[in-house]
Design a binder for this molecule. Structure first.
Ligand code: COA
Length: 381
């Protein structure tokens, strides 16, 4: 124990090795399996990125066609899963639903659970394909609509919008939605991925590991941040009110949601791409309201934090909620969409963890009472 070090929030602690994703926090660079996030967002698709994350290389056309067809064939839900969504308590939150469905799903898919790195989840991919349908179906039921069969001919992102709207999105919207999933697909040893790896390290199933990861993603410091950014914009109201709002937030040392990151010491590269998507959609829809507010917040916050020598810049969630808003997605689905996008990353880490696995078991510093005599209940004050 003498050589053990303690760091709150495990900051700076190396908890494992991984060949999946590289983050250069100083220079603001991110790559999956060696491919830059900029290239992947511009030229790839979510399905191709899933293949890349799980197999470590880009697929040939033949391999990709077969892979994506197999995955698309898993999109529809078992009637009992549809029933489960219908029966979900009205006051329940969709992230709780996703977490429950994820554990439940393993009983309704032909999935041979093996606690090994050769587990067949690479082949089945129900977790990725079906969770998008679960999120969309939840929203449809909430709107009094019926279950809609997913489409086989659309990309993952375009199909998600189709299921939500009941009509096909245009090409730009489908492409942007799909690229948003690419941007969220993987990000190293963040809290939810670490959770997935911890659960996988006990040789639990990939479904249970992912269900646990969804629980970790739920929190407002992680996957819930984009909804909070949206709430902040609603609270501010319009661009002319930003300055006063931000000034008060600085005065009260209040956190500005969608800003700051444990690893990035500069603007998150995904945030720059999200900002471009928001520019495109704002121009297309003739609505710059949220974009202008966000730009103004960033413009005021950057010199403020720099003057305090704090490296706090926009992260991926700063612009993402507004992109989803202009795509017509209800705000309660922002965190679930993050979960839908992150499953391949979690899955890749679960499989990697199983290779040369050792169960996670850190130590803690005991701060409680020392040896106390046990008193019988009648004598206690
Ligand atoms: N706005 C204002 N100040 C912030 C801030 C923000 N968004 N994020 C961090 N800070 C400040 C903290 O108040 C703290 O200041 P102090 O040293 O004076 O106490 C310092 O920066 C370090 O912050 P801390 O919360 O300890 O950093 P962390 O590495 O533990 O947390 C986040 C990282 C992402 C959880 C944190 O930046 C945050 O809460 N951001 C807002 C939520 C968010 O957008 N989450 C999505 C992440 S992708």
């Amino acid at each position: 124990m003498e050589s053990a070090t303690y760091s709150k929030g495990l900051e700076g602690v190396v908890a494992g090795e991984s060949a999946i994703c590289k983050i250069d926090g100083e220079r603001g660079r991110l790559s999956y399996r060696g491919y830059s996030i900029e290239d992947l967002a511009a030229h790839s698709s979510f399905e191709e990125v899933i293949y890349l994350l799980l197999y470590g290389k880009l697929p040939t056309k033949y391999v990709f066609d077969e892979f994506s067809q197999r995955m698309r064939a898993s999109r529809a839900l078992h009637p009992k899963v549809v029933q489960m969504i219908r029966n979900f308590p009205e006051g329940g939150k969709p992230m709780e639903l996703l977490q429950s469905v994820m554990a439940y799903l393993s009983g309704y898919v032909e999935h041979r659970i093996e606690h090994s790195s050769t587990c067949n989840c690479r082949q089945t991919l129900h977790q990725v394909a079906q969770l998008a349908t679960v999120a969309a179906t939840y929203a449809r039921f909430k709107n009094g609509q019926d279950y809609l069969e997913p489409r086989m001919d659309l990309s993952h992102g375009a199909n998600l919008l189709y299921m939500l709207r009941g009509r096909e999105p245009d090409e730009d919207e489908g492409r942007i939605m799909d690229a948003c999933l690419v941007l969220h697909a993987e990000h190293g040893f963040n809290a939810s991925t670490f959770t997935a790896r911890v659960v996988a390290s006990t040789l639990s199933t990939c479904y249970c590991s992912i269900a646990a990861a969804i629980g970790a993603l739920y929190g407002s410091l992680h996957g819930g941040a984009n909804e909070k950014v949206f709430a902040m914009l609603e609270q501010i109201g319009s661009v002319d009110k930003v300055e006063a709002w931000v000034g008060k937030a600085f005065e009260e040392a209040q956190k500005i949601m969608g800003m700051g990151h444990r690893i990035y010491r500069t603007k998150d590269p995904r945030s720059k791409i999200m900002e471009d998507f928001l520019e495109t959609l704002s121009a297309k829809k003739g609505d710059r309201g949220q974009l202008d507010m966000l730009k103004k917040i960033e413009q005021l916050a950057t010199p403020h934090f720099e003057s305090l020598e704090k490296k706090i810049y926009p992260n991926v969630d700063f612009y993402s909620g507004s992109v989803y808003y202009l795509l017509g997605i209800p705000k309660y689905l922002y965190a679930p969409i993050f979960a839908v996008a992150r499953i391949p990353g979690w899955l890749a880490h679960i499989l990697e963890q199983r290779e040369g696995n050792r169960i996670f078991r850190p130590e803690s510093i005991y701060t409680g009472s020392e040896d106390r005599p046990y008193e019988p209940m009648e004598k206690r004050q």
